[in-house]
Design a protein around this ligand. Structure first.
Ligand SMILES: CC(=O)N[C@@H](CCC[C@H](N)C(=O)O)C(=O)O
Length: 382
């Protein structure tokens, strides 16, 4: 059985080798090497040719009445780490700033336990590439990965949360995470000399105006009792101070707690794009892509059962949380399979996606224990 030290060593190794969506080759190899070191009697590993960094593991139950799925994501972010840790990222410009290194280690801890203690029901572990972008969960589903013995009757997954105490479990009935739409806006006008704006069509000004007008969408078009978010995280235009930029590109993300909210925001952005094109006599392309980032909607019955178990277990600190505006492509899988997503507290002053994010490692073992206990409890009642 993996010790606390083994778990921390594994997590630190993952932390040093962060890889972006669909490029998680070294991560997948390390995962498979570790799984290969477990007792193999009940395990079967599956890889997917057209999604090569995904790994599935089936654990044969002794007397199965169901298959319980557990999903964890494995990709990292294009963030340059500034934690100053001894084991900080070796891949410059990439970082496990969303804690997927913790997610993988917790999943391995659970899998390791069940490789040595045969579960009653079947288990399917899905180590999923591409959560931060490219919706790896949706890709896997559409490739028909979850069929036959690989089809979970119920699916669980966690996300770490720096705002909760280390090792605590957070969850809620209903929607846990927002749905998101990725937005790419391309504005095309006419470049020129900085001294002759009348002869050019400046896309820095058009892009700025587009961004300013979008700020009214949440404040003026959305029911204030509900909520939504629009964040533009990337803006590129121009090459030098004295050349007017003929092109600009804005990349952002829209979030809402239900589909109708997301669709409404999407439509407003399209309309603002059309308005900017007319006012500034330029081409504006507003490209919207929701992919698999549907709202994460917890199944009522399974989640009630999960919350009751966590609340009534004296060894577990359970916290009922509010919905969050983070997105997750597990939302897609939860529209296909009933299940529950929950938080694992990792207590840190830095927030997710920040370059100083440093989750508390004591959360790993606590998370492993809580989830093993829950799965055992789940298997003990029909
Ligand atoms: C938990 C978390 O941080 N998830 C990401 C999911 C990305 C969603 C999508 N690529 C988008 O940017 O809209 C998040 O940013 O919330």
């Amino acid at each position: 059985m993996l010790s606390s030290k083994d778990l921390i060593d594994i997590r630190r190794h993952f932390h040093q080798i962060p890889e972006l969506a669909l490029q998680e080759n070294e991560t997948a190899k390390y995962l498979r090497d570790i799984i290969g070191s477990f007792k193999q009697d009940y395990l079967e590993l599956k890889t997917i040719e057209s999604l090569p960094t995904a790994t599935l593991v089936h654990v044969n139950g002794s007397n199965p009445t169901r298959t319980i799925g557990y999903r964890c994501d494995i990709d990292a972010l294009p963030v340059t780490e500034h934690t100053g840790l001894d084991y900080q990222s070796k891949n410059l410009g990439k970082m496990h700033a969303c804690g997927h290194d913790i997610h993988m280690t917790v999943a391995l801890g659970i899998l390791n336990y069940f490789s040595e203690h045969q579960p009653k029901d079947n288990l399917v572990f899905f180590f999923q590439p591409a959560e931060e972008s490219e919706n790896g969960g949706k890709i896997a589903y559409e490739l028909g990965v979850f069929q036959g013995k690989w089809c979970p009757d119920e699916f669980y997954g966690l996300h770490d949360n720096p705002q909760l105490p280390a090792g605590s479990i957070g969850c809620r009935m209903g929607t846990l995470f927002a749905g998101t739409t990725e937005v790419n806006v391309t504005l095309k006008g006419k470049g020129g000399h900085a001294a002759y704006p009348q002869l050019a069509n400046d896309m820095v000004v058009s892009a700025s105006e587009f961004i300013s007008q979008v700020q009214t969408v949440i404040s003026r078009s959305i029911d204030p009792i509900q909520s939504g978010v629009i964040t533009f995280g990337k803006l590129t235009a121009g090459t030098i101070r004295n050349v007017i930029a003929g092109e600009a590109r804005i990349e952002g993300t829209i979030r809402g707690l239900n589909q109708s909210m997301i669709k409404k925001i999407d439509a407003r952005l399209k309309a603002i794009g059309k308005g900017i094109a007319i006012s500034f006599d330029c081409d504006v392309d507003v490209e919207l892509n929701q992919g698999g980032y549907l709202p994460v909607e917890n199944n009522p019955e399974l989640t009630d059962n999960f919350i009751n178990f966590m609340k009534n277990n004296k060894q577990i600190e359970f916290i009922e949380t509010k919905p969050a505006m983070t997105g997750e492509d597990f939302g897609y899988l939860l529209h296909k399979f009933p299940g529950t997503m929950f938080w694992l507290g990792v207590e840190d002053d830095s927030q997710l996606h920040s370059d100083t994010f440093n989750p508390k490692e004591t959360s790993i073992e606590k998370g492993v224990k809580a989830i093993i206990q829950f799965i055992e409890f789940r298997m003990s009642n029909n």
